[in-house]
Design a protein around this ligand. Structure first.
Ligand SMILES: Cc1ncc(COP(=O)(O)O)c(C=O)c1O
Length: 386
């Protein structure tokens, strides 16, 4: 894509491409970590009813503070995590992507650094770029877990204004124990932030986009909120909640962090239609989450199946996942695996460390197709020696 020189694009963006997973019309799409099950008839009825109720008010701007939605999200969080967060300490936006961007707008910026643990979600560096924030990655261990001591040492050295911990992580699926998050949060309270008041400490953003898929016994970082005012926990309705098309993400944090986001948000950023659609889904949380347990089982079965498959005589490496996707490899040429599966109508994602690909959990039929086609592809690669 070449933008004509006559268009005065920012110099630092001149060589950039629009980023995003391919949106292709193929029979089996397992590339963007969606929930493959559509909303129930009850949810659809509720959406239609609520949209009809507010349709005649669309000449007016929506509730800028989206108070009803924040209350419904606080109620959901209490049910899901057991943690009581006041609605004033919850904030929503158009997907957790927008929440993340707002965090960078409020806490990043020129002269500031955001730190995270590689490999991780590929959009963070884009928000850093767009807000002129320096992006700093420190490596995870070989098993993709966070090296907490090394991370803390790096935080002390770099003095970032933001630390982002993704749990479960994308694209590896790796969770981090809440006691390890707490060690990082506590350490940050003794770190000052370059280019901020000397009493300021880094905020720790825990991105829990996939948290509902976690294995039993994994505690949510929401449990830290009452004790630390430098923690923010972000979630989304896009994944387990099966509502990616509605574009709703949200965050729970101290009042100070939420009020900072209120400064940078666009006026009326969350449309009245989005707000009622989200309320309709939150009215039916059990239905929206009804396939989560099944998808967890699909993940366990698929991981076990993948671990038995052979590539050039070796078993595949499969990253243990607490999410609705699995990272597996290592292939000499992962693009070939991606392309061959695509030719067979299965779209996965080329992402993460070299040689790995990621597959997201689909319906039973979709997973059967994935397994059948991957078996063919592995066989073809064995035959050709590629
Ligand atoms: C780790 C992580 N965070 C945030 C998001 C953004 O999700 P959304 O903007 O749909 O809420 C994603 C989407 O893939 C993700 O993987």
């Amino acid at each position: 894509m070449a933008i004509p020189a006559t268009v005065p694009l920012r110099n630092d963006l001149l060589d950039e491409e629009p980023y995003g997973a391919p949106q292709l019309d193929v029979p089996v799409c397992l590339n963007v970590n969606e929930n493959p099950y559509e909303p129930s008839a009850a949810v659809i009825d509720s959406i239609v009813k609520r949209v009809r109720q507010i349709a005649s008010t669309l000449n007016r701007y929506p509730d800028r503070e989206h108070e009803q939605l924040r209350a419904a999200l606080a109620e959901y969080l209490k049910k899901e995590t057991g943690v009581d967060v006041p609605p004033s300490q919850v904030w929503a936006a158009n997907g957790s992507n927008e929440i993340m961007l707002q965090l960078f707008q409020a806490f990043g910026g020129p002269g500031r650094t955001a730190l995270s643990f590689a490999p991780t979600y590929s959009m963070y560096p884009e928000y850093a770029r767009d807000t002129f924030t320096t992006w700093h990655m420190t490596s995870r261990k070989d098993d993709f877990t966070v090296d907490v001591d090394a991370g803390i040492a790096e935080i002390k050295r770099i003095q970032p204004s933001m630390v982002i911990i993704t749990s479960p992580n994308n694209p590896t699926g790796t969770p981090i124990d809440v006691s390890d998050i707490e060690r990082i949060v506590a350490a940050c309270q003794h770190v000052s932030v370059a280019d901020a008041d000397e009493s300021a400490h880094p905020i720790v953003v825990v991105d829990e986009a996939y948290a509902e898929f976690r294995r039993p016994g994994v505690t949510s970082a929401h449990t830290l909120l009452a004790r630390y005012d430098n923690v923010a926990v972000s979630r989304t309705l896009s994944k387990a909640f099966a509502y990616a098309g509605a574009r709703v993400g949200y965050i729970a944090a101290s009042q100070g962090i939420i009020d900072a986001l209120r400064i940078v948000r666009m006026p009326y950023h969350l449309s009245a239609l989005t707000q009622v659609a989200a309320l309709a889904a939150l009215e039916h949380t059990d239905e929206q989450l009804s396939q989560v347990e099944h998808l967890r089982r699909t993940r366990e079965d698929t991981a076990a199946w993948l671990a038995q498959q052979k590539y050039h005589g070796h078993e595949l490496a499969v990253a243990p996942s607490d999410s609705n996707f699995i990272l597996f490899g290592r292939f000499d040429n992962r693009h070939l695996v991606f392309e061959k599966l695509l030719q067979r109508g299965v779209l996965i994602r080329e992402v993460g460390p070299d040689g790995y690909v990621r597959v997201c959990m689909g319906t039973d039929d979709e997973m059967n197709t994935f397994k059948r086609e991957l078996t063919h592809v592995l066989h073809e690669l064995d035959e050709s020696g590629e």
